[in-house]
Design a protein around this ligand. Structure first.
Ligand code: SF4
Ligand code: SF4
Length: 189
């Protein structure tokens, strides 16, 4: 069994942990490990580390382990954990911060999720809102799963959930400006 020397782990991960606390605005030491976040998380079943465990890794300074987890990519940013936390720890924000940091370090452990995020943002930047049809098509083709969920297409189309063409909003130049500003400030979108 691998043993980890916690004092040196905390020392090694100190700068990254400080950056996470600064970026997220969340004091990870506030977590008292009750597990309510994990209990309410709709995707905990698919995660390699539960939200509570991610918080514990950070408290112990094992930041690299948190950054390399699949959990941070599977998190759907639903905010359930943050809402349920009795210590008002904004875990969703921590997950987001870890995702951004992991991407900067090149640790993309769930490439399909990264692809989905990229296509989603590109769609919003281009048309001012999400073009679901294009998003699904792009995800299937670039994700090498051309027939994924195709059986759902006809009923979604008939119910007006997806349209064959994108709707471009008025003044979508304003949305493009937001993206340009985010990039200017170092955002990776
Ligand atoms: S709900 Fe809050 S206090 Fe409880 S384990 Fe999760 S982050 Fe920690
Ligand atoms: S924000 Fe992420 S970690 Fe929190 S409950 Fe939702 S999916 Fe789970």
């Amino acid at each position: 069994m691998e043993t980890i020397e916690l004092t040196s782990a905390l020392e090694q991960g100190k700068d990254t942990l400080e950056a996470i606390v600064k970026e997220s605005g969340v004091q990870v030491t506030r977590c008292y490990q009750c597990g309510k976040c994990t209990g309410g998380c709709p995707v905990a079943f698919a995660m390699d580390k539960a939200p509570r465990e991610i918080m514990r890794l950070l408290q112990l300074g094992l930041v690299e382990e948190a950054l390399r987890s699949k959990t941070i990519w599977l998190c759907a940013s639903c905010d359930t954990c943050s809402t349920r936390c009795p210590r008002e720890v904004d875990i969703a924000k921590v997950m987001e911060t870890l995702r951004i940091m992991a991407k900067k370090k090149g640790y993309i452990t769930e490439k399909r999720m990264d692809l989905f995020h990229n296509l989603f943002l590109k769609s919003v930047e281009t048309t001012g809102r999400v073009y679901e049809g294009g998003l699904v098509l792009g995800r299937n083709i670039l994700g090498m799963q051309p027939f994924r969920d195709v059986h759902l297409g006809p009923s979604m189309f008939l119910k007006g959930k997806i349209s064959p063409l994108p709707h471009i909003i008025k003044d979508n130049g304003e949305v493009k400006k937001i993206f340009a500003n985010v990039r200017k400030r170092g955002g990776n979108v």
